[in-house]
Design a protein around this ligand. Structure first.
Ligand code: HEC
Length: 678
């Protein structure tokens, strides 16, 4: 019998008025960076659209993006909207008319090799001085002329096609520089770093490693030597991790950048750090000098991180009045479920409180900044249940901070996880290329509860308490936008874009757009008109393993990614898309399913499910293979899957699969087709 994929696969993936001043950037009508302006607030100072006027919010123009996956967020500068989506295809549109000005395709499919198997797609880009910047899955950073769409320079920021590093996050620009990190530690033995380039020429200026390398090769600097003292064993063989795949914030007041670092690679600390030091700089916020990349301070949230927790969620910066004192702070709601407010001048923790169900720690000790961990969480005694699980209480979909309401608006997820490493021998464990880099045993993840709930949560960062919350459709939550009009915008997986009153949480507007809306919305003005723009597309990435992600009926060919724009009294209509509903599997009685082969195929299908969906049921970011005629043909299937005839369209090649494995896959897919309700 086919295995219950969703179960097993969870195993392998997984006050008001207290704000005195907005630091740094001036109020802007543009949206030139991933977090809006440099402070990464995901906040717009525009106020024409309010709870009173939002009823008049209507589409202005929309366009199909022609990319397989689109989790991303647009930019707008001087009347031009820029979008990078899917395999980093960048397009520019006139903000008033929606007319496409240019399209640039870096042809990621052709050069990505194994890295094409990653299922997320790029999340955003950056703008500065007449250029837009985008990273690619194969590890390039590309500067593009914003007027013409022609690439000005391109650098390989990773160490080649086989180093396991890829880029999904947005670069950040400041002081004539552009900064980029990468991901990859969940799949390969990767050592994390960020690299800073000259924005005009692409010349490398500095690089900072987030974990130390092999001591025998010598340390890059004093910081690396000090960090190495917190590791043991032969961690460098496993990479270490700590990748900066999402959050980087430039602080213009202090001329610093703050990095949010990732989890350990592999997750199992007994392999990579057997003596159990802190393992710096995993799951940390690290402050660097923006000119030189020199280390300033760090704050580690999870010493010797061991559960795929990370500090990679966005890091907004602000000035808050706390106990009568003005404090320059940075804030983060990382996976581990606490809300952290940190003094960004010193790196000292000011406060940290639980945002929801959090069982791994009792509390964070404020003077030392260290968590008071529950005694059994390092899987010393077999399987441990922990909340949050490795999805995190808040993942990368951006939260927003409104200086006007003083609240943060967080898309939360509540789910638990089971961690254990029985059956893994630290002395002999070897990473299997392409497999998940957890080093946890077969027990890991079994029987974990499905996502219990998702919420839009308004949180007071000064008092560290919940102000309001509203339930949102599960299992994944869209990023948020706060505006000076007193609104919070958020899209949902059910196909709606919504506006909530920022003070009360009352839903004041909702628009059915005909496709899931999971990227964060943005706002900008052109002339006197305030716009809201958002990308709508079926869910992508490892969301496929979440129960119910494929239950909304979004289909790859019927529900393409679109860029949607809205304004008060907008006159356009969104072109209607076919109604959502499950794909109709092909019925072919002549294909006799062999149950044993189908069982083997279910295992091979682990390679495919992040794009094609669990149990062969697509979420919409790739075709539903139960309904594919290609699966019926031995030769056509081999051409696509083995030879890679569709790589340019984002379908990776699996040259390593044998004819027997390909046959097993077909039997598995046909058995899932036959299982579907008629
Ligand atoms: C990174 C995402 C991704 C992964 C992983 C992936 N695919 Fe695909 N696949 C796609 C996309 C996107 C397409 C559609 C390409 C297009 O537009 O024609 C596709 C198309 C296909 C098709 C053609 C379907 C049709 O009817 O047009 C087959 C068959 C297929 N994939 C099989 C597989 C198998 C088997 C695996 C695992 C061994 C796999 N894919 C893994 C993204 C993926």
């Amino acid at each position: 019998m086919p295995l219950p994929l969703t179960t097993v696969l969870r195993a392998s993936w997984r006050t008001f008025g207290l704000v005195l001043a907005l630091s740094g950037s001036a109020l802007a009508a543009d949206w030139p960076g991933y977090g809006g302006t440099a402070n990464e607030l995901h906040y717009s100072p525009l106020d024409a659209i309010t709870p009173a006027t939002v009823g008049r919010l209507r589409p202005t123009w929309s366009t199909t993006l022609d990319v397989p996956r689109a989790n991303s967020e647009p930019l707008e500068v001087d009347g031009i909207v820029y979008v990078a989506a899917g395999l980093s295809i960048v397009q520019a549109f006139d903000a008033r008319s929606g007319k496409r000005l240019w399209r640039y395709d870096p042809e990621v499919g052709k050069v990505s090799g194994l890295k094409l198997r990653l299922s997320w797609g790029v999340r955003g880009m950056a703008y500065a001085d007449g250029r837009v910047y985008v990273g690619t899955q194969d590890g390039r950073l590309i500067g593009i002329d914003a007027q013409t769409g022609k690439p000005v320079w391109s650098v390989q920021t990773t160490e080649g096609p086989d180093d396991g590093r890829y880029i999904t996050g947005a670069p950040r620009t400041f002081n004539g520089k552009v900064l980029i990190g990468h991901g990859g530690a969940d799949f390969s033995p990767v050592r994390g770093y960020v690299t800073c380039y000259d924005a005009a020429t692409g010349k490398q200026l500095w690089r900072f490693y987030t974990v130390p390398g092999n001591p025998a090769k010598g340390f890059e600097d004093e910081t690396q030597a000090k960090a190495a003292k917190t590791w043991s064993g032969e961690w460098w063989k496993y990479g270490g991790g700590g990748t900066v795949w999402n959050a980087m914030t430039f602080d213009a007041e202090l001329n610093r950048v703050y990095l949010g670092t990732g989890n350990g690679a592999p997750w199992n600390w007994k392999l990579r750090n057997p003596a159990g030091g802190d393992a710096l700089f995993l799951a940390s916020i690290v402050a660097l000098d923006a000119d030189t990349g020199q280390y300033q301070w760090h704050y580690q949230q999870n010493p010797n991180e061991a559960w795929d927790y990370n500090a990679t969620a966005d890091i907004p910066i602000a000035t808050l009045t706390i106990n009568g004192r003005q404090r320059k702070v940075l804030m983060q709601a990382p996976k581990n479920g606490f809300y952290y407010v940190i003094d960004r001048e010193t790196g000292k923790l000011i406060s940290a409180e639980k945002l929801g169900k959090v069982t791994w720690a009792e509390r964070i000790d404020i003077p030392s900044g260290r968590p008071v961990e529950r005694a059994d969480i390092r899987y010393q005694h077999g399987l441990t249940e922990m909340w949050p699980g490795n999805l995190g209480l808040h993942n990368w979909p951006p939260m927003s901070f409104s200086p006007q309401s003083g609240l943060v608006y967080i898309p939360t997820l509540e789910s638990g996880g089971l961690f254990g490493d029985e059956g893994v021998d630290p002395r002999t464990w070897q990473h299997t290329p392409g497999a998940f880099n957890s080093a946890l045993g077969p027990q890991y993840g079994e029987g974990v509860a499905p996502t219990a709930k998702t919420e839009l949560l308004a949180w007071d960062p000064v008092r560290q308490q919940r102000v309001w919350s509203v339930p949102t459709p599960t299992p994944w939550n869209g990023g948020t936008l706060a505006t000076a009009g007193g609104l919070v915008f958020q899209g949902h997986i059910d196909g709606t874009l919504n506006a909530y009153d920022a003070l009360t949480g009352q839903k004041v507007w909702s628009y059915a757009v005909g496709n899931a809306v999971l990227g964060a919305p943005i706002s900008y003005s052109v002339g006197k008109q305030q716009y809201i723009a958002v990308i709508s597309a079926p869910p992508a990435g490892a969301l496929a393993v979440l129960d119910g992600a494929n239950s909304y009926g979004w289909r790859y060919r019927d529900h393409p990614a679109r860029l949607l724009t809205f304004a008060l009294d907008g006159k356009a209509r969104l072109p209607a898309l076919p109604k959502p509903g499950s794909e109709k599997p092909i019925i072919d009685p002549s294909f006799k399913v062999d149950v044993a082969l189908a069982g083997e195929g279910a295992i091979v299908y682990y390679n495919c499910l992040a794009c094609h969906g669990s149990n062969g049921i697509s979420m919409g970011s790739a075709p539903d293979l139960r309904a594919s005629a290609i699966v019926l043909s031995d030769t056509a299937f081999k051409a696509v899957v083995h030879e890679g005839t569709l790589v340019a369209r984002g379908m990776p090649a699996y040259g390593e699969l044998s004819d027997h494995q390909l046959l097993a896959l077909r039997h598995y897919l046909r058995s899932e087709a036959n299982r579907a309700p008629k």
